[in-house]
Write a protein of this length. Structure first.
Length: 255
């Protein structure tokens, strides 16, 4: 069931989204060569605590997960696509890092992700990240009243496939509001003109995930969370929480 949000509720979601944006900025700033993923998670915890927010990630346990998620950010490095569990791994020169973060503030959720490189960047990684951001921008541009979920999916997938990248099957965006995951699902690929019609008041998390090797295959680590590319190629992830309004899409997780 999709619950439409009022203008006031979208403003309240913007407050949660701003916390997410500030958290991602702080984590990115701390992501230097030698920093551990656990240290990045601590940075995120500090920003959430200072804002009076909590994490919808910490303790989250969907049906597929053998254990609750133990951190407030997902930290996915190099061949990890999404859901990376922060651990003692210390960042190395040239690593590609994707950070996914959520916040709950006064009963409303925000969710966003960013990918970036640490130290000297590989040109191929910059292209991959740039394409993820372009796919996200295309999906957001399609998030207007009268369009359908399939129009977002088609916009995202077209950018990814045109660049020769893989799109992990079965993973994509989602509705968001009082909880992090609500209806409807938002695929990262599909035919245009299909699916639920978009209406003002819908709020969606749009999140392209790209595999550099061009295949769609992935595997799950023994932790039950981290998804990795099967071919060992690198991956990137970009995400924003977006409100559909009569005036066009409104990004709620931007600084």
């Amino acid at each position: 069931m999709v619950r439409l949000k009022t203008d006031r509720e979208i403003d309240e979601m913007r407050a949660a989204g701003r916390v997410v944006a500030e958290t991602l900025a702080a984590v990115r700033g701390a992501a230097r060569v030698g920093a551990s993923l656990l240290e990045l998670d601590e940075v995120a915890r500090g920003v959430l605590r200072e804002a009076g927010a909590t994490s919808p990630f910490l303790g989250y346990r969907p049906r597929f997960a053998p254990v609750p998620f133990p951190a407030v950010v997902c930290a996915s490095v190099n061949d990890a696509i999404v859901h990376g569990v922060p651990d003692g791994y210390r960042l190395r020169d040239g690593d590609l890092v994707s950070i996914d973060c959520g916040a709950l503030l006064r009963g409303w959720a925000g969710d966003a992700a960013v990918s970036f490189t640490v130290g000297r960047a590989r040109p191929a990684d910059l292209r991959l990240i740039g394409t993820a951001e372009a796919a996200l921008a295309a999906g957001i541009a399609a998030a207007v009243p009268g369009n359908r979920i399939g129009d977002i999916a088609h916009a995202v997938g077209t950018v990814c496939r045109a660049a020769g990248y893989g799109v992990p099957d079965g993973f994509g965006g989602h509705g968001i509001g009082r909880s992090m995951h609500e209806d409807p699902g938002v695929p990262n690929e599909g035919p245009p003109g299909r699916g639920m019609r978009l209406r003002p008041g819908m709020v969606l998390a749009i999140e392209p995930m790209l595999i550099a090797g061009g295949t769609d295959d992935y595997r799950c680590d023994a932790d039950g969370w981290t998804l990795r590319t099967v071919d060992g190629s690198r991956a990137a992830h970009a995400e924003h929480t977006v409100a559909i309004t009569a005036d066009g899409p409104r990004i709620l997780t931007a600084l």
